[in-house]
Design a protein around this ligand. Structure first.
Ligand SMILES: [Zn+2]
Length: 406
């Protein structure tokens, strides 16, 4: 895999890949703009574009506004050219979905581990849901490019094995091959924070960023790091475990063995625990009522609704959560100084309730804050970013020309 030279066919694929990448990221481009950006000659661009239109990967979508002369025709990436099966393993369940190359979720099947007692059952369920998705895609099976899998911990991309799971010990070393190998499709697998980071570069606000840190705050907390357009995964796919950094060395013991980990203070799980406590103590009539209606459980969604209904206790929980998110952001900015930092995962849904306390912490605590040009965005996706990330794993390899489809 260390070849240095390019054969003529490699050059052809490379140029097509470049054109597809540019159009997918920019949205619309004309042939003239493509020639200008790539430095390829007009006839070369014309040939590439014609081939890609013939292959159904590009479509002509009208003209752009120019002051004089013939208006150039704009080209767009055809998201419906191919499909992907995306699988996202989470802390408490998994989802199998069919997506297009948007990626947009076209059909999904959600399954919970609570119904499942062991690894074998997980594989049986996975097989079942997988077949449902393939049945949905029945007309377009030949258009499925591959399977993308995102998992809540380190994964071995060679053996398609979940190496460790934050909660289910039974899922340590869970080998997905018996299910996924049956279909003779390329499989790509990655830690969910990395997959989400990659997704931000294809569909989010960070499409043009050369360096990007994706700070994922959901039930678990982690980060995906992109340097010079490439994911940095570390030697054992463990890089970016910001959730496991201790911010209180005398704090409570964490499942990882460390004490006072960021994740214990800065996760949707920690916020829900605070909400439960407030509800039990009768501090919030809204949460108390919710708790009764939902048979003694509360979710992050309840907390969000409470905040939207101006419940002061819910608002306070978000203010405090925002401070911890702010600490995580400051730590990540100090460590990586990225062009863009994206705050994502379920927490992104609470943007309006955490934003000001996140900002305040950054203004008070960031190193050299007056000389920092890093931009901070909130992801436009909630929880589904890990599923979309799984789809983006395949999209990314496809556009790189590694799937041999163009
Ligand atoms: Zn920990």
């Amino acid at each position: 895999e260390n070849k240095i030279g390019d054969n003529l066919s490699d050059v052809k694929t490379k140029n097509r890949s470049l054109v597809l990448r540019l159009i997918k990221k920019k949205g619309f481009l004309s042939r003239i703009e493509l020639a200008r950006i790539t430095g390829l000659t007009q006839p070369t661009i014309t040939n590439i574009v014609n081939d890609l239109i013939k292959a159904g990967l590009l479509i002509e979508v009208g003209t752009s506004e120019t002051k004089a002369g013939r208006k150039p025709i704009l080209l767009a990436f055809n998201d419906q050219a191919f499909y992907v099966v995306a699988i996202s393993f989470k802390k408490k369940g998994f989802t199998v979905a069919l997506t297009d190359l948007g990626p947009n979720i076209l059909y999904r099947r959600d399954s919970n581990y609570s119904l499942l007692e062991n690894t074998e059952m997980t594989l049986v369920e996975l097989q079942k849901e997988f077949i449902h998705v393939l049945e949905y895609a029945t007309q377009s099976l030949s258009l499925i490019l591959g399977i993308g899998v995102s998992v809540p911990g380190p994964a071995d991309p060679e053996s398609f094995t979940i190496l460790a799971h934050p909660v289910f010990l039974a899922h340590h070393n869970l080998d997905l091959r018996p299910v996924l190998r049956e279909y003779d499709l390329p499989i790509f697998m990655m830690n969910n924070a990395y997959a989400a980071c990659l997704h931000e570069t294809w569909g989010g606000k960070a499409k043009e960023a050369r360096s990007l840190v994706y700070f994922m705050v959901g039930e678990t907390v982690g980060a995906g790091i992109m340097v010079d357009g490439k994911l940095y995964q570390g030697t054992d796919q463990k890089a970016g475990e910001i959730g496991r950094t201790s911010i209180n060395i005398f704090g409570p013991r964490c499942v990882c063995g460390n004490y006072g980990c960021t994740e214990l203070y800065c996760s949707t799980k920690s916020a829900v625990e605070k909400a439960l406590e407030a509800a039990w103590l009768g501090k919030s009539p809204f949460l108390k009522k919710r708790l009764r209606e939902k048979e003694n459980t509360l979710t992050f969604q309840d907390l969000l609704e409470g905040a939207k209904n101006k419940d002061p206790v819910c608002r306070e929980i978000f203010t405090s959560l925002g401070q911890y998110v702010g600490i995580g952001v400051v730590n990540l900015l100090n460590l990586y100084n990225p062009e863009v930092l994206v705050i994502g995962g379920e927490i992104a849904l609470a943007k309006e309730f955490i934003e000001s306390s996140v900002q305040q912490v950054i203004e008070e605590r960031l190193l050299y804050r007056d000389y920092t040009s890093s931009k901070i965005y909130y992801s436009q996706w909630g929880e589904d970013v890990t599923l979309l990330g799984a789809a983006s794993l395949v999209l990314d390899r496809f556009i790189a020309g590694e799937l041999g489809r163009f």
